[in-house]
Design a protein around this ligand. Structure first.
Ligand code: PLP
Length: 454
């Protein structure tokens, strides 16, 4: 049924056109030239009776967006999302595939996101504490389980205290502007995660970007910033695109020499890297507390639901609770998410076996792939980038693997540098040796077919 074409208080419908049709036309980019309309219809934005606003500004914006989208398609960097119809696990169901797929591309490093005890903890919390708090933490959004989880995080890392956020992206967005003023300096690895880059943008400290893992460059920037009140060195513990590790011992030595502090983002380390999963500090055999501040995520190894945190000195955590904007102005982490992560920490406190298993699996995959003639980047981390170089090859390789029942993803520019396309395989503690061997066999078959190996 057609709606009225009469004008309302805020807009004018073009003559002989129903409001809904006009809005649809506008959304399709139709009324852009507007030559069929006159006067007010051309000049004003329009609002239909149910509030759908359309205007020349929107039409022009849509043109710009479409040009941008076209550019992404033309560059061959369009990202499509495969739709999973099961839980996150080693075996998943993917829409369009008739049988189960072996998953080698999630951050589920410990395989705990579908662990029965973790799932049960989430269900119990839903019953006991409800779906959510409808509040930020400082108004009426703190439950006992939030506080307990923060204590467990601090205990796991051997730090004074911890503060929870809805994500590690938020933790990275919240930290730097609270800690650093224009009198201070931040020295950041050029390949740090996007959320660190954004967080640093928000702070007013002097900014120094040092070459990736380059200690000489870092030292020269430490010298340059020597007159600043505080200096904070900022690095990913593990860099997710290459599976390589920050030279943390040397970074800490430089920090001592120049009286600087060290921050690491441990999203790709907490729970599984280092002998008991304590992360990069432990991996290098550094004393607990050698690094001053750690941010990490609950959305990868630690249950995989969502959430992030900062852990470090009491004064810092207390100040973040008072001032950090993503903490103050965003909803509390939902109780089931808190309970799942909390259960993961209980499991980790109870056993170091998870970290051992993921390392054994990683060794097996890396050595077999290298023996087969593939180049695997990184430093014996469960992120195993299979280097292919060409973007199209990486994408075709991933498609061929999916046809063989193995889910891996090709990464190409702009996510990684041009000419460095790769398939990023991620190993989990929950993969069996048999699944790893089958995956290596599939890599060999596809590698020969596509001329990557002989
Ligand atoms: N830091 C690093 C190094 C990451 O890889 C990610 C996630 O991809 C984040 C931060 C953001 O974590 P979250 O998903 O909890 O926002």
């Amino acid at each position: 049924m057609k709606e009225s074409t009469a004008s309302n208080k805020t807009g004018v419908a073009p003559p002989n056109l129903a409001w809904r049709d006009y809005a649809l036309l506008a959304l399709k980019g139709g009324p852009r030239s507007n030559s069929q309309y006159t006067g007010a219809a051309r000049l004003r934005s329009c609002t239909n009776p149910v509030g759908i606003r359309s205007s020349h500004a929107v039409a022009a914006c849509k043109d710009l967006l479409e040009t941008e989208l076209e550019g992404i398609r033309a560059a061959g960097t369009w990202k499509t999302e495969r739709v999973i119809t099961s839980k996150q696990a080693v075996e998943i169901r993917v829409k369009g595939q008739s049988s189960n797929i072996l998953n080698f591309c999630s951050n589920n490093y410990l395989g705990l996101s579908s662990h029965p005890e973790v799932v049960q903890a989430g269900k119990d919390a839903l019953d006991q504490y409800g779906a959510g708090l409808s509040s930020v933490r400082f108004i009426c959004g703190t439950q006992d389980i939030h506080v307990e989880l923060e204590h467990k995080i601090a205990k796991f890392h051997g730090r004074d205290d911890a503060i929870l956020y809805a994500s590690c992206f938020d933790a990275n967005a919240g930290l730097f502007e609270i800690l650093l003023t224009p009198e201070d300096a931040v020295l950041s690895d050029e390949l740090n995660h996007a959320s660190i880059i954004d967080g640093i943008r928000l702070c007013k400290a002097r900014k120094f970007r040092y070459k990736h893992k380059n200690l000489e460059d870092l030292e020269s920037k430490l010298q340059e910033s020597q007159n600043c009140r505080q200096r904070l060195i900022v690095t990913d513990g593990v860099f997710s695109m290459d599976g390589n590790v920050a030279p943390l011992r040397e970074i800490c030595d430089l920090a001592d020499k120049y009286d600087a502090m060290v921050f690491i983002d441990e999203c790709h380390a907490t729970g599984f890297f280092g002998a008991t999963g304590r992360g990069t500090e432990e991996h290098f055999g550094l004393a607990t507390g050698r690094v001053d501040i750690i941010n990490s995520t609950l959305g990868k190894a630690l249950g995989g639901a969502a959430g992030g945190y900062t852990t470090g000195p009491q004064e810092l955590i207390s100040l973040l609770r008072q001032r950090a904007r993503p903490y103050l102005f965003s909803n509390s982490v939902p109780p089931p998410v808190v309970a799942c992560a909390s259960k993961v920490f209980d499991l980790l406190f109870g056993s170091a076996g998870y970290a051992e298993k993921v390392q054994a699996n990683t060794n097996r995959f890396r050595s077999q792939m290298t023996d087969a003639g593939f180049t695997i980047a990184g430093e014996n981390h469960p992120i195993c980038p299979v280097m292919l170089g060409d973007a199209r090859l990486a994408s075709d390789f991933a498609d061929e693997m999916l046809e063989r029942g193995i889910y891996v993803i090709g990464f190409s520019y702009p996510v990684v540098p041009k000419g460095k396309a790769r398939i990023r395989v991620q190993i989990s503690a929950s993969h069996s040796f048999d699944e790893i061997d089958r995956t290596v066999e599939a890599f060999k078959t596809v590698g020969k077919k596509l001329g990557v190996i002989n």
